[in-house]
Design a binder for this molecule. Structure first.
Ligand SMILES: Cc1cc2nc3c(=O)[nH]c(=O)nc-3n(C[C@H](O)[C@H](O)[C@H](O)COP(=O)(O)O)c2cc1C
Length: 407
């Protein structure tokens, strides 16, 4: 128990009070105008009382014209600053760090809720019949790329001013940063495409711009794929190179994950039973990464048993354990680990039997989002919540948002 409960000091001096982090989960729980809702802020109050070292918010978008989900929070100016301050104060008095995850969806933006879609290159998502839900992206101009880079810095600075204690770049799961990294979605022939150092230019410039806007001592993390798990995609060797670049730049914490919408390795329903029972999906990668860089490492994906978390930490390759789905059903999770009342955090795989939707996480993700919304509304999570309700919730939110997108 000593290891998981012990504090961890980041190189910049920020202290996480223990080794447990809530990884980012899109709550889809903002207001219709993309501001943090009362319920969203309340969910963070509940989680903070649960006592983890770090809470990373669901992805906060940098541009209201580029949404991943209908109810994403967007921070591009000061219009919701008072609500952002309230959100930052949700952890007040607990010593828990609260960091927003900052994101741009690029081509992973539903056509129903976005007027236009952009990406590094005009290559559409390859999702079989589900591809119709997404437009072919418009390849970004050099000027538009720099605009998005500035937006990442702008969002991070506003959130810092509101009181958030660090931030994370979403560089994983096939969103814009990860699209630039992958030769499958980036076939540019200018300084942003081609060689790995060109494909990595976008993420490095995003990091530098955030650093410029938040100052030298503020924690900046990144979530990055260990690989895309797709033929011709971003490989493990390339991922290792990129974390080395980021480590050299002085990034404070690197979180490892994997997958994209096309190959959703972050969805439980897409995994083999043996992998699920092994837990800690990307542990092999972390072992190699530790030899390469000194930057603190956070590993997320599959952790369910306290003994597995402890063992991973004891191995010495990993500094912080990240969990996502368990936080939706066990909001008091860290306390339950410390008092020994729970050894294993079970997380069901809700499905409705429509193969492409189940594989894409079209039911699983909204089912967990609904659990977050229950927490925010002061209710207990409900493990027997009907999967079909989650599917309906997700359709409904896309449908309603589609009426507002052209305003
Ligand atoms: C409802 C839901 C929403 C998610 N949203 C995000 C997100 O906004 N950003 C992100 O980096 N990962 C997101 N993820 C992925 C998780 O952070 C995590 O990487 C993944 O669920 C594996 O961890 P777990 O096995 O502990 O759930 C989401 C996962 C779920 C279940």
């Amino acid at each position: 128990m000593k290891n998981i409960a012990s504090s961890f000091t980041l190189p910049n001096g920020s202290v996480l009070k223990n080794r447990i982090a809530k990884s980012a989960m899109s709550e889809n729980f903002g207001t219709r105008n993309q501001a943090p809702s009362k319920g969203l802020i309340n969910a963070y109050k509940v989680w903070a009382k649960g006592n983890p070292g770090l809470l990373i918010t669901g992805n906060v978008m940098v541009d209201s014209m580029a949404l991943g989900e209908a109810r994403n929070v967007v921070v591009e100016d000061y219009k919701d600053f008072e609500l952002l301050k309230k959100w930052a104060r949700s952890v007040e008095g607990t010593g828990v760090h609260l960091w927003p995850q900052i994101n741009h969806p690029g081509r992973q933006a539903f056509a129903a809720i976005n007027r236009e879609t952009v990406g590094p290159s005009a290559i559409s998502l390859s999702l079989g019949s589900a591809s119709k839900m997404f437009k072919i992206p418009i390849a970004l101009s050099d000027e538009a790329i720099w605009d998005i880079i500035k937006r990442f810095g702008n969002t991070a600075r506003i959130m810092k001013e509101a009181g958030f204690t660090g931030c994370q770049i979403h560089g994983a799961h096939g969103y814009l940063v990860s699209q630039f990294l992958s030769p499958n979605s980036n076939i540019r022939t200018d300084q942003w495409g081609g060689s790995l150092s060109n494909r990595a230019r976008f993420v490095l410039e995003v990091y530098r711009e955030i650093r410029r806007q938040v100052g030298p001592d503020y924690p900046i993390a990144i979530k990055i794929n260990s690989a895309d798990f797709q033929r011709g995609g971003f490989t493990e060797e390339e991922s290792m190179e990129v974390i080395r670049f980021l480590g050299n730049e002085g990034i404070d914490l690197i979180e490892i994950s994997g997958g994209t919408y096309e190959r959703p390795a972050m969805i439980q329903g897409d995994r083999k039973k043996s992998t699920i029972s092994r837990e800690a999906y990307f542990l092999d990668y972390i072992e190699k990464a530790r030899k390469l860089i000194k930057t603190p490492l956070l590993l997320t994906g599959g952790f369910r048993s306290v003994s597995v978390m402890e063992k991973a930490l004891e191995g010495g390759n990993l500094d912080v354990v990240g969990l996502a789905r368990p936080f939706c059903l066990y909001p008091n999770l860290a306390n339950q680990i410390f008092d020994g009342s729970v050894e294993r955090f079970e997380t069901p795989i809700p499905q409705i039997g429509i193969k492409f939707l189940d594989k894409l996480g079209g039911v699983e993700l909204p089912w967990y989002e609904l659990q977050i919304q229950r927490i925010g509304k002061g209710k207990s999570p409900k493990t027997n919540l009907l999967a079909i309700l989650a599917f309906w919730f997700s359709l409904k939110s896309l449908f309603f948002k589609s009426f507002w997108k052209n305003k």
